[in-house]
Design a protein around this ligand. Structure first.
Ligand SMILES: [Fe+2]
Length: 167
């Protein structure tokens, strides 16, 4: 911030919409894709009635498409997981809509509760699993749309920093 500047914004900028750029119909930036996912997450009428749970295979449904992007709804019964994978040339935003998921990478394991978001770039490798005792639902935005999901044979097993590394 430039402390020499006399420029100040008086009042709430959101109350002067004529000064703001018009909202884009489709997201373009990472923040806009994350915002799209948050908007869908907050409005259960857009997705809750569509969710199905399938104990045999992970259930998924393409919720929306736009120029260059796709939005997928996934459900996870306890114990279901993705296996270690990347997303080809796609970037993505993962948002937990309901329940709890665990994301594992080579470096870390994270518990993602309802509302949690992860943004990833092409080449990012992770494994997502429902380690909880309740079903979970997640939303996945891919840009460009997911055309491949290469599986990685080595499992993502993050270790605590002082754990001995075993072969
Ligand atoms: Fe993924």
């Amino acid at each position: 911030m430039n402390s020499d500047s006399d420029l100040q914004i008086a009042g709430d900028i959101l109350e002067v919409p004529h000064l703001l750029q018009p909202a884009r119909e489709h997201p373009v930036t990472v923040a806009e894709f994350a915002g799209l996912a948050r908007g869908i997450a907050a409005d259960r009428s857009q997705w809750a009635h569509l969710v199905q749970y399938d104990a045999a295979t992970r259930w998924y449904h393409r919720l929306r498409t736009g120029p260059g992007y796709e939005v997928w709804l996934l459900s996870w019964v306890p114990g279901q997981g993705s296996g270690s994978h990347d997303h080809g040339r796609s970037s993505g935003v993962l948002t937990v809509l309901q329940g709890e998921l665990t994301e594992r990478t080579e470096r870390a394991a994270r518990t993602l509760g309802s509302g949690a978001q992860r943004v990833f770039a092409p080449g990012y490798v992770h494994e997502v699993v429902n380690d909880s005792l309740e079903p979970a639902v997640s939303l996945h935005v891919y840009y460009p749309g997911l055309t491949e999901m290469p599986m990685h044979t080595a499992r993502c097993e993050a270790r605590a920093p002082h754990d001995p590394v075993t072969a």
